[in-house]
Design a protein. Structure first.
Length: 204
């Protein structure tokens, strides 16, 4: 999918309502302390973070789509938000020296080919006792993206396999559960799917 081309129509009713549910679930799994500095990876137009930014001292929204980030910046200006920073940046190919207390991602990792590489970067970008929060598709048969020509990502994830990968990268206290069941209309067919949330901590 060319995310630059769809940025201006991304915020449809379904995504707006789903983002509220996802943000609520992430909020339930925050660190429980003040002055959290956070990052959202694959932020898109910021639908998740604009439901969460008041929980953080600062939050950085990162996406490799320039048009998506333009939409984020327009929202920041329109809402006069002063604790959101945004960056058009390809974290899969580059690294950042920034450190965060929390990193979260929603419906983005299944577009990333090398999941092990990016989660290792997340680990290194987290402060001691930081937290990673991933929301994504449960493993499915490919129906969710069947109308996207050239899709070369993942057909969701096995929670068990993702947990093992996070453990291999140093994460601890890993928990996950399904919290959302939905339907996606494709070619007049309602494709059923579910989302899980996975929480993992970085120790000392």
């Amino acid at each position: 999918m060319n995310f630059d081309k769809v940025a201006r129509v991304w915020d449809d009713e379904l995504r707006i309502e789903r983002s509220k549910i996802i943000a609520k679930e992430i909020k339930l799994n925050l660190l429980g302390k003040e002055n959290i500095v956070a990052m959202e990876f694959g932020a898109g137009t910021g639908l998740i973070s604009f439901n969460l930014y008041k929980e953080f001292e600062r939050v950085t929204l990162i996406d490799n789509s320039e048009e998506m980030i333009k939409v984020v910046r327009e929202k920041v200006k329109a809402l006069n938000v002063n604790n959101i920073k945004s960056s058009c940046y390809d974290l899969t190919e580059n690294s950042l020296d920034e450190k965060y207390d929390m990193i979260y991602s929603s419906m983005s990792l299944h577009h990333i080919i090398d999941i092990n590489k990016i989660t290792n970067k997340f680990y290194n970008m987290l402060n001691s006792q930081g937290r990673l929060c991933i929301v994504d598709l449960n493993e499915e048969d490919g129906s969710f993206h069947k109308n996207e020509v050239g899709f070369d990502g993942h057909n969701g994830f096995s929670q068990h396999c993702m947990k093992e990968m996070l453990e291999a990268n140093g994460f601890t206290k890993i928990e996950s559960y399904i919290f959302y069941n939905g339907k996606k209309g494709i070619e007049d067919i309602a494709i059923e799917y579910s989302l899980f949330i996975m929480i993992a901590d970085k120790g000392e």
